[in-house]
Design a protein around this ligand. Structure first.
Ligand code: A2P
Length: 329
């Protein structure tokens, strides 16, 4: 497979290179793509050096698949040009996610929706991905009525500039700011821009994308998304109300059986998922599994995953693996 990674010099892009190598995706030739500024720069992949090219140059090189993580603007402009040239695009930006003609895919949840006609495939929002992997087996068993989620999100989701802001603040160094406020020793209850309804765009992504991926608009979702001074992964407190009664041991067994999910839940030994432990891992970790004692048929969970991995790069590479195994690329 000839694989283009668009945004190869960015945080998610470089994680994509790591994941492609780690999972042994059959890359015969890598085409690292970035902006005009990075053209000619060398990128190392599996011990070989590749020169960075621009998006237009990459189209001419005819990769089999192009994985984009270079921002919404680049995806809006270039994904259709790649697709027209017969190159399948897996796009990590939010540009195509809610387009009814595009599939929004988490392989463990709705991988079966992919067909040969899908030339631009959207990778969901990081916070949504880790939540739906956990919701899926529970929805199948007990039918979810409503989800209330609050997130605790890593600065890596914003990009290099945000990681630099946190580290600079920690060292007392003045520098560029990715956030309107100090993030070190602080919590910012705003991710992305505010919408007219008082929710942020990140919160609306969690709501709308969950319905689209689960293929069920009847699931009610409400979200509060929060940035915290953490590197390593996003955490989520999730309250789930079901249509049907459940047994806690069965919930645990269903989660243990779910592909891509690891249960870490042993209060007696103080074991629960934390971003420090999820960092660099492909799985979604779930713990603090307990009943909401204030309401029938309702469960509380704590979900953690590395947002650059399962929340972005790993999911995109898994989509590529799925396309490859189905003979669609
Ligand atoms: P560059 O490094 O040349 O700016 P991050 O989200 O971590 O900030 O990374 C954004 C990524 O998107 C970088 O690899 C960046 O390249 C890339 N990028 C930005 N604009 C374009 C463009 N017009 N074409 C291709 N890649 C782009």
């Amino acid at each position: 497979m000839k694989v283009a990674v668009v945004g190869a010099t960015g945080l998610v892009g470089s994680e994509m290179l790591t994941v492609l190598a780690e999972r042994n995706f059959p890359v015969t030739e890598l085409i690292p793509v970035a902006s005009e500024r990075s053209k000619g720069k060398e990128i190392e992949f599996k011990g070989k050096k590749y020169k960075v090219v621009t998006a237009s140059e990459a189209i001419a090189l005819k990769p089999d698949v192009a994985i984009f993580s270079a921002g919404g603007g680049t995806s809006t402009e270039y994904a259709p040009l790649f697709a027209e040239a017969g190159i399948t695009v897996i796009d990590n930006s939010s540009a195509w996610r809610m387009d009814p003609t595009k599939k929004l895919v988490v392989p463990e949840v709705n991988g079966d929706v992919l067909t040969a006609d899908d030339k631009i495939i959207a990778n969901p929002n990081c916070s949504t991905i880790q939540m739906v992997v956990v919701l899926k087996p529970l929805h199948e068993k007990y039918k979810i009525k409503r989800v209330v989620v609050s997130t605790y999100q890593s600065v890596t989701g914003t990009g290099v500039k945000a990681v630099d802001q946190l580290m600079n603040e920690r060292k007392g160094i003045e520098g560029e700011k990715a956030y309107p406020y100090q993030i070190d020793l602080n919590v910012i209850p705003q991710i992305d821009v505010f919408q007219d309804n008082g929710y942020t765009k990140e919160e609306m992504k969690m709501i709308l994308e969950t319905n689209k991926i689960m293929g069920d608009d009847s699931i009610k979702v409400t979200a509060t998304t929060v940035r915290i001074p953490v590197i390593g992964g996003h955490s989520e407190s999730v309250n789930i109300e079901f249509e049907n009664e459940f047994d806690l041991a069965d919930v645990r067994a269903a989660l243990e059986a779910q592909e891509g999910v690891v249960v870490v839940d042993n209060p007696a030994n103080l074991e629960y998922p934390m971003p420090k432990d999820a960092h660099g891992k492909d799985e979604v970790f779930v713990g603090r599994i307990r009943r909401d004692e204030t309401q029938d048929k309702t469960l509380n969970l704590w979900i953690v995953a590395d947002n650059l991995r399962k929340g972005a790069a790993t999911n995109a590479v898994q989509v590529a693996e799925l396309l490859h195994s189905k003979g669609l690329i």
